[in-house]
Design a protein. Structure first.
Length: 370
């Protein structure tokens, strides 16, 4: 986790939270939080409704005053600096465009209130609209545009004054899936081109994993885990993270040795490592469904040098989609195992009720930290 103790070089950080918390009366929206957003990174705040994502964003923006702590922007304490003077750009879910102004004037608005000259406004607005693919729409009113187009105006209005940090709160939340995918790509490209620091709120884990350099997963007003998409997916630090990010098989068991966990009293699961857990303690083991492969024929050779887990069961549920076969295997011990595989051959040959053997490497069996 990128807490202050690990971020040695303060200069590499764009935003730093020092002991920031937020309470409304007796209810805590954000528990005491230390964290840092690196210069130029795309960081997503992910988490269920009410977990504190918007609270963090609004504290960065200056729209919400923290109850405790201080906030640094590029090393400077901005705790008492009003929102407009923080030099941040904001994009909202509901676009927040001025309905009586046309596209040009909406995008020009932040420049006008900053007293930018007429000809520079002309050029910068043209530039911003070009970046979001809206050249030619200057005279339209917001109501004459689709949701996706309105959000592009919202983004143009944000980038037009070249903020050093862009904050986006569920900017694609109001759009349908196809448009969301398209705009996701555009936002990612924009971030790459502009090189600004971007903090992005979403409750869609796929969106967060696709877009971000790092993801900060929130739970109940606390950071559950902050790391790269890969770290959250393959090395979750808790059951909450494992469950929230992607699909998972979770086995409960007891630590037996440095590389085995006893599940349900009679099944020894070979795991990556039980380091950090005492013998006999209860742990959860995570196996991602796409790490499990079907044993194509009996006695087929194991290719890897790793220790391998193998089990046999019968298929209970099966679905094909998106180039993947997804099925549930009910094992002899009664455990249900979710498997995702690209190769459907063995599964197709194995009708419901006929035994099927699957295996996965000990390396892909991660013991969750406490
Ligand atoms: N002005 C307020 N007064 C009282 N409680 C508030 C206020 N704003 C937020 N909260 C509470 O703080 C908690 C965190 O809210 P926040 O808006 O940060 O959640 P969120 O993660 O953005 O959720 P969502 O995905 O629904 O937008 C919630 O329990 C919310 O009810
Ligand atoms: Mg929110």
């Amino acid at each position: 986790m990128d807490t202050l103790s690990t971020s040695i070089d303060a200069g590499a950080n764009m935003i730093v939270f020092r002991g920031i918390s937020k309470s409304y009366g007796s209810s805590v929206a954000l528990h005491t939080t230390d964290f840092a957003v690196r210069k130029g990174e795309f960081l997503s705040l992910l988490g269920p409704s009410g977990s504190g994502k918007s609270t963090i964003l609004n504290i960065i923006a200056g729209a919400v005053a923290p109850s405790t702590g201080s906030i640094l922007l590029e090393g400077k304490d901005v705790s008492t600096v009003p929102p407009r003077e923080r030099g941040l750009g904001m994009v909202f879910q509901n676009y927040a465009l001025l309905p009586h102004l046309n596209v040009f004037d909406n995008v020009a608005f932040p420049l006008r209130i900053r007293g930018v000259g007429k000809s520079e406004i002309q050029q910068r607005v043209r530039n911003a609209l070009e970046r979001v693919g809206l050249t030619g729409y200057e005279n339209r009113k917001p109501r004459e545009m689709s949701g996706g187009q309105q959000q592009r105006v919202g983004i143009a209005r944000c980038i037009v004054y070249s903020p050093s940090v862009i904050l986006m709160d569920e900017p694609l939340g109001a759009l349908d899936k196809k448009l969301r995918d398209q705009l996701q790509g555009e936002i990612k490209r924009l971030h790459r081109d502009l090189g600004t620091t971007l903090v992005y709120v979403t409750h869609d884990q796929e969106e967060a994993l696709n877009l971000s350099d790092r993801v900060c997963l929130m739970n109940g007003g606390r950071i559950a885990q902050l790391g790269t998409p890969d770290e959250l997916y393959f090395e979750p630090t808790s059951e909450f993270v494992a469950d929230f990010v992607g699909e998972s098989n979770l086995f409960e068991g007891v630590v037996q040795s440095i590389d085995t966990v006893l599940i349900g009293g009679n099944w020894t699961l070979k795991v990556r490592s039980t380091a950090g857990h005492t013998m006999g303690s209860r742990v959860k083991v995570l196996v991602r469904p796409e790490k499990i492969s079907v044993v194509e024929s009996e006695g087929s050779v194991i290719e890897t040098g790793d220790a391998v887990n193998e089990c046999t069961g019968v298929i209970s549920q099966i679905s094909f989609g998106g180039g993947m076969t997804r099925f549930e295997l009910t094992t002899g011990a009664g455990a249900a195992l979710l498997v995702k595989t690209i190769s459907a051959r063995a599964v197709e040959r194995s009708p419901m009720g006929r035994p099927l053997t699957v295996r996965w490497s000990a390396r892909d069996s991660a013991v969750l930290k406490k």
